[in-house]
Design a protein around this ligand. Structure first.
Ligand code: C2E
Ligand code: MG
Ligand code: MG
Length: 913
């Protein structure tokens, strides 16, 4: 059933029950009561022309007997004849002879007098006997009387409760038609037999004028009271027993009832509303009620009352203004029943809902109390003044008191730092903060969260108190981890930076930078675990050896820093540095052997040498490198030497950029066969012309590149460029030997060999046309390793040349194993060759030695013809130098070559084919 249909249900159920009630005539008593109430409400005194000449107690007493002889009535009639009334009705039974013949005759005579107004005598029928309810007898005036008058029926018909409510216009008795007294007196035409109509009891009996019979009889009544009036003559004295039970007035004399019926007719008989009206009302109420279904019994009750009021008002209004009688019991019953049905239906829904809600509430309460009981946080409820109302067990144990002992105490007793609220009347401010909790056992850090006061909870506030000792401990651990080295437990670089940032001039401080010598070798040879062990021991030693105010940090692999927060003389620092080195040098027993370490210390001073901590660190670093380079152990920072260091730093950056942006270029220096002055090869030399630094010599930037990670890309660049240019020249028919310089670093890197050979193949150059120049010192650095690497190159066909021969200490025996192709005599022997006897001897023996090993010899740095001629005479094969040809750009070299040799070589093509 949809919600829409459902809301009609109570109304429809009520309608069904109401129709049943109507069907079973259960509503009639209610209607009667309502009709009576309405009449009470509408009770009025109407302008009636009725005068009741009452046979009242006074009349009975005055005439002193009963029944009166009928001549009394005759006399009354004569009196009335004199005042010319509108009509006269004798409500007196004249159906049998009284026994006083004269008196009866007198009445008959009086009645027989001619008169202009109607005179009515009563007739009625009644049951024949007490036993027989079915045979009726008619009681009507004696014929001698009746003949002079109209007969008016006075029968009334008691309804439920014995009350007379209705009257009838006329009725049939036997063959004869009898009109009612009221009909006779009003002269209205005949109505349908037996048609009942309601007597209008809203007409108050006081509407009629009552005059004592005896007064009229004695002529004591002013004429105007009787003239033109409708006179009802009848018994009102209680003792005469002619009282009839009616609604509202309980019982009224029969004559008054007849007068009321007459007046009802005069005023107009009230019309009963059509049953259809009731039906329409019932239907409308069903629809109307549907709008208030499930709106709560209170509203429905009000709607019910308003409906009642409206119905009552309507029925009163209809009777008062339109003389229409509308029975409202059925609509009222429907309203009450609909209200009841709605309440029953909704009560059902609400009861279920309430039951479920209570279950939910119970579950939630159980959950909440469970949470409170088991929470490890202290949870308290406080009032606006900060006094504790309730607390959970965790709060009690945190505060170190019993739960019961907490109630009523001020929260500030335990949390003295709790700030009062800015708001008036509030002792405690809502929010979250970290405070100290004061307990009998001492203070402990807690986080306190106070909820804003809840209006619905009379301003109570919830306080959550959390023990944050563990959090503090964790934070401390994290802080320590962040600022300390995990291996040695010493403060780390971050903490050093923090200390350095706090330096304040003019307070003097010094920073030592300590780097272990040869530590890399220890790591490589003994393994990292031994290396770590050494560092741990060393860390401990340093910490123990240094005074308290001196702090030692581990800031890198084998780098330590020592911050001297204050000192008076640099000599103290020197002494301290020496002590430190002493500690470092003490033998270390690790890995079953005694190890002796060395170290270099750089010292920088604040604020004399560095204006801030960052600079101080840099200066100490520079000084340490100086100490390392000089192998002096301890070095104070010197601004002069730092200049180069700074330039190097800058240069490294710029070189990296130049490589990335391909700003480096190649020049080629010819190598000339001294015998016929023919150019047989070139040496590729790299050039760097930086926008900021100007032209930088390879002698400066190559060693720089070798210390960092730039030498590999640099060599690959030169190699590729040289091979590329070589291929170009070949294409033009010039096939010369291309010499490229190799760094010492590459000589031990077999991986790099693969890259070289790949480049050769990529450029389509025959390997024999490439010669790699390697300095003597590079070859001597790690002979075994370089030997293996170089063997790979020679096996591939690449020629090798020993560069700068004579500057190192290569032994002849060693040279033999290298599979060299060329030996280049360093220019320092050529420079003064013509003048220096010893140089000539060296060159001479070198030439002999080289030739005996079947090596080609190149003399470097030939600047003039004399040197060239001498070397030619000495048997040197090839010469290189400014005097023979300067290093030139690739295109310039072609021009130089063509100008020198005139024509291109073509044999290359043949060779390559
Ligand atoms: P190097 O390999 O011995 O190269 C010869 C150096 O002597 C070159 O200096 C050249 O310009 C210079 N030179 C030639 N003839 C004369 C002369 O008659 N008199 C004088 N005083 N000098 C002469 P450069 O080009 O400045 O190169 C210096 C060093 O830089 C080279 O010595 C070489 O070891 C290195 N180098 C140059 N280019 C490269 C390169 O591309 N890769 C590598 N790894 N090193 C290179
Ligand atoms: Mg060279
Ligand atoms: Mg050289």
């Amino acid at each position: 059933m949809t919600r829409n249909t459902a809301r009609f249900m109570p109304g429809l159920i009520a309608l069904a029950l109401t129709v049943c009630a109507i069907w079973l005539n259960l509503l009639a008593p209610v209607d009667r009561v309502i009709a009576d109430l309405r009449n009470i409400v509408l009770q009025k005194t109407v302008a009636s022309d009725v005068v009741i000449v009452a046979i009242d107690a006074n009349s009975l007493r005055q005439l002193n007997r009963w029944p009166w002889p009928r001549d009394v009535h005759a006399r009354l009639l004569q009196k009335l004849d004199q005042v010319d009334p509108h009509a006269v009705f004798f409500d007196i039974d004249f159906s049998v002879a009284s026994g006083n013949v004269a008196a009866d005759a007198a009445l008959a005579t009086a009645l027989g007098e001619p008169r202009a107004y109607p005179l009515v005598l009563p007739a009625f029928w009644q049951d024949a006997s007490a036993q027989s309810m079915h045979s009726r007898v008619l009681t009507e005036p004696l014929p001698e009387l009746a003949q002079h008058a109209q007969i008016g029926m006075v029968n009334v018909f008691p309804g439920p409760g014995g009350l007379v409510r209705n009257a009838v216009h006329n009725d049939q008795f036997g063959q004869r038609q009898y009109r009612s007294v009221a009909l006779q007196l009003t002269g209205q035409r005949d109505m349908k037999n037996g048609q009942f109509y309601p007597i209008d009891f809203s007409i108050a009996p006081r509407s009629f004028t009552y005059i004592s019979y005896v007064d009229v009889l004695r002529g004591e009544v002013p004429e105007h009271l009787l003239r033109g009036k409708t006179i009802f003559i009848g018994a009102t004295a209680v003792e005469l027993g002619d009282n009839i039970p009616v609604p509202i007035y309980r019982a009224i004399p029969g004559v008054t009832l007849q007068a009321t019926i007459y007046e009802t007719l005069r005023q107009g008989v009230p019309q009963l509303a059509s049953p259809w009206v009731t039906l329409v009302m019932l239907a409308l109420l069903v629809v109307f009620w549907s709008r208030f279904d499930a709106r709560g019994w209170r509203l429905q009750g009000v709607v019910c009352l308003l409906t009642f009021t409206a119905l009552a008002g309507l029925s009163v209004y209809l009777q008062a203004d339109h003389n229409v009688l509308l029975d409202v019991s059925a609509p009222m019953l429907l309203t009450v029943l609909a209200l009841f049905a709605s309440i029953v239906a909704n009560a059902d829904r609400q009861t279920v809902a309430a039951f479920l809600a209570s279950l939910r509430l119970k579950r939630e309460q159980a959950l909440i109390s469970g949470v409170l009981e088991t929470s490890i946080d202290g949870i308290l409820v406080i009032d606006a003044s900060g006094h504790i109302h309730a607390a959970n067990p965790a709060a009690a144990s945190l505060f170190g008191v019993k739960t019961s002992a907490l109630a009523g105490r001020a929260l500030q007793t335990f949390l003295p730092a709790l700030k009062p609220s800015a708001k008036k009347g509030r002792e405690v401010q809502a929010g979250r903060r970290e405070l100290s909790l004061q307990t009998a056992q001492g203070t402990l850090p807690v986080e306190v969260s106070i909820s804003p006061p809840a209006e619905e909870a009379q301003g109570l506030m919830t306080v959550i108190v959390r023990d944050i000792r563990e959090r503090y401990r964790q934070q401390a651990v994290l802080r320590h981890q962040a600022s300390h080295d995990s291996l040695t437990g010493l403060p780390n670089r971050a903490l050093l930076a923090k200390h350095l940032s706090k330096l304040k001039s003019p307070k003097r401080a010094a920073l030592f930078m300590l780097d272990l010598d040869g530590f890399k070798t220890i790591n490589d040879t003994l393994g990292h675990r031994t290396g770590d062990q050494i560092l741990r021991v060393l860390g401990k030693r340093l910490r123990r050896a240094l005074p308290k105010e001196v702090c030692v940090f581990r800031i890198g692999g084998d780098e330590f820093a020592v911050l001297v927060a204050s000192y008076t003389r640099p000599a103290e620092l020197q002494q301290l540095a020496e002590d430190i080195l002493q500690r470092v040098r003490e033998p270390l027993a690790v890995a079953n052997t005694n190890i002796e370490l060395g170290g270099s210390i750089g010292i920088a001073l604040y604020p004399q040498q560095a204006e801030d901590g960052g600079m101080l660190l840099q200066c100490a670093d520079v000084a340490m490198y100086t100490a390392k380079r000089k192998r002096s152990g301890i070095e104070f920072y010197d601004a002069e030497s730092d200049h180069n260091t700074l330039r190097n730093l800058k240069m490294t950056g710029l070189l990296r950029q130049a490589l990335a942006e391909q700003q480096l270029t190649m020049v080629y220096q010819p190598k000339v066969r001294l015998e016929d002055q023919r150019c047989t090869g070139v040496e590729a030399l790299v050039r760097w012309n930086d926008a900021e630094l100007g032209v930088v010599s390879p002698a400066e930037f190559i060693p720089l590149a070798e210390t960092g990670d730039l030498i590999e890309p640099l060599t690959l660049f030169t190699l590729n460029q040289a091979l590329h240019d070589h291929a170009q020249w070949c294409a033009r028919g010039i096939d010369l030997k291309m010499s490229v310089n190799l760094s010492a670093r590459h000589v031990t890197d077999s991986n790099f060999v693969k890259q070289i050979l790949a480049a050769v193949a990529r450029h389509g150059v025959s390997p024999e046309r490439l010669e790699l120049e390697i300095t003597e010192t590079a070859l001597m650095d790690r002979p075994e390793r370089s030997q293996a690497v170089l063997a790979q190159l020679t096996q591939a066909g690449v020629h090798l040349a020993m560069d700068d021969y004579g500057t190192g200490f290569s032994s002849l025996a060693y040279l033999k194993h290298l599979n060299l192709h060329t030996l280049k005599i360093d220019q320092c022997f050529v420079r003064d060759l013509c003048q220096s006897d010893s140089d000539r001897k060296i060159v001479n023996s070198t030439l002999n030695m080289a030739h005996s090993l079947d090596l080609e010899v190149v003399a470097e740095g030939i600047e003039d013809d004399a040197q060239a001629a001498l070397l030619k005479d000495m048997g040197c094969d090839v010469g290189q130098g400014y005097g023979l040809g300067k290093p030139m750009a690739a295109s310039d070299f072609i021009d130089w070559y063509v100008a020198r040799h005139g024509q291109r070589q073509t044999n290359v093509h043949r060779f390559r084919a």
